[in-house]
Ligand binder design. Sequence first.
Ligand code: COA
Length: 332
Amino acid sequence: MTRAAVLSGLGTALPPRLVTNDELSLRLNTSDEWIRSRTGIGQRYWTDRMATSDLAVDAGRRALKAADTDLVDLVVLATTTPDHPCPATAPDVAARLGLGPVAAFDVAAVCSGFVYGLATAAAHVEARLAERALVIGAETFSTILDPGDRSTSIIFGDGAGAVILRAGHDDEPGALLESDLGSDGSLKELIRIPGGGSRQRTTSADSDLASGHLTMDGRAVFRHAVMRMAESARTLLARTGWGPASVDCFVAHQANVRILHAVADQLGIDRDRTVVDLDRVGNTSAASIPLALSRAAETGRLMPGHRVLLSAFGAGATWGSIALTWPDITAD
Ligand code: COA
């Protein structure tokens, strides 16, 4: 029996404004049929006034309630859309949740952010640096989209999902068993926001507004996402000794339903064991895995003891996977 981080609470939050494919089709040269058939996305939620921290606090509060605790000693917030470039958003979230003077930091791994944050927090728990951790993925991608770019505007949605990790043992339901993280910075051009950093400053007089918008080479992202998620997940299956048939639930980053199915097919995992949530919320980047876990738990697809495989790919490029068993919890 080895010390391990154990998942003990799950909470989510979505902004109130529902944006349908039909609404986007009114101003972009696209259609509900195109979006559904090419991506699987049926709708998404966009924030009007809520900032990333507002969604993070909401999801965090629900996760704490679900875990029946108000004590953590670490807060990790995965986000691409912090409230400000400086400071990080996690300390503000921790303070607003009344968590006291805890360690709190942001993780920037874009759509792999939740997997990076979860693996990092689990390592803190395993190393006895923390007894309990709050890990949040929260995004407001609607604030960085070019409203005229149909290839990105249709894909991304806003939202947040949070989990509590507590110290426990690797034979308990809910234990995080293995993780794998990776990156390839030579692919940094695939998805990026050119301006706003030290390379291209937006404070200079000649800066243009468009440099703050997300750009994406969709076709290349598709190819790399399938390859890297499949490789990373395969690495974990080998380490855990789980065969593809023994994975009860495959919860991958919700990028595109065709990506999800291609990865599942490459791994030999039945498509019906692959959770699809992007029909409801689109691609919510770092929030997508906890939102998908919540959907799977609510619909009875996750049972205590189930073997769960998480996998993600994001800008950077970054990727990662985590193997865990499902705990006896309900999402709030
Ligand atoms: N509506 C209608 N047509 C669109 C469109 C839209 N929303 N977006 C792009 N198109 C057009 C393109 O302009 C292109 O037209 P052309 O052939 O006249 O040049 C055509 O559709 C095909 O474009 P292509 O990029 O090859 O489409 P695709 O099948 O690859 O789908 C994505 C585009 C973006 C949906 C797809 O590449 C994708 O999902 N990539 C991964 C994106 C992702 O997951 N990002 C986050 C990863 S973490």
